[in-house]
Design a protein around this ligand. Sequence first.
Ligand code: DAH
Length: 357
Amino acid sequence: MTANTDITALERDLVSEISAARDLSALEQVRIAALGKKGRVSELMAQLGKLAPDERKAFGQAVNAVKERVTGALEARKSDLEGAALDGRLATERLDVTLPVRPGPIADGRIHPVSQVYDEIIEIFGDMGFAVAEGPDIETDDYNFTKLNIPPEHPARQDHDTFYLQPKADGSRMVLRTHTSPVQIRTMLTQKPPIRIIVPGRVYRSDSDQTHTPMFHQIEGLVIDEVTHLGHLKWCLEEFCKAFFEVDDVKMRFRASHFPFTEPSMEVDIDAAAIGKPGSWLEILGSGMVHPNVIANCGLDPETYQGFAFGMGLDRIAMLKYGIPDLRDMFAADMRWLRHYGFLSLDVPTLAGGVSS
Ligand code: DAH
């Protein structure tokens, strides 16, 4: 084998090793083994001294040419491998800037329909000049019943399925309020007329089926001054229903009824056309002119002061408005239900923007 065939074989070997190098560090190994101080090309150069002077020039030129070509092949392969490495990084570190922003807690949380409907009702009555009043869930028997003209032996006490607390030493007992009406008493005892309030709140009765839960929500209204009459009551409730159900007109029916704390008393029905189902009446609230005994029980003179009151089941009208079929689901704390029926926290009801937005 001549020196020249050695060179040709070496070049072939090196070129195939270069193209077989899988990554930059493998390529570096090939480079060192070829062109490093003790590399195979460098060793060929070292043989130069052993050759006859006439052979040296041609051999030297041939080895240099191989060295140049191998260097060129190394560089080409290096830039290929660097390009592939960059492509690989680009593929794995890819960021799609067109993806929508992930929702944060504000977009993810939901307002319960009960809270939303409270806000809607407060917005509507607030616009008519009503203030919001509140009272405790644990109430005296006196405020929940007696001062509302429901004395101890009155049959209405039985109707309320009251939760009683243990009697106190003096024999009196507290109750979980069965309605928001005791806040009428609390307000008249502490505030001089004119009074114009609505009272949102939880109430409790020992009752449970598809349309009753032991805890539910009411909203009470009370107006006391020297001039308010039944016409004002009807107008107020009509305006409320139009705003709440967001219709231009609502047909209402005032049915004579009986509540101990009002005289006369009326139950109010609306034509279900307001919720898109014409042809039937829906009872939505109880109301009436505040009974003179109730006014007197609060230390006000019923000859001077008069007014109206109403009480509405909040859960029920929320269900009517938003098509919620079962009352018990309202309090089941099921996130799937809340995601479906709940409201976004920024959907604040306003008369200008539409109460249910
Ligand atoms: N408190 C009554 C109830 O829970 C509802 C009610 C009826 C309230 C007539 C009123 C009213 O203020 O005037 O069944």
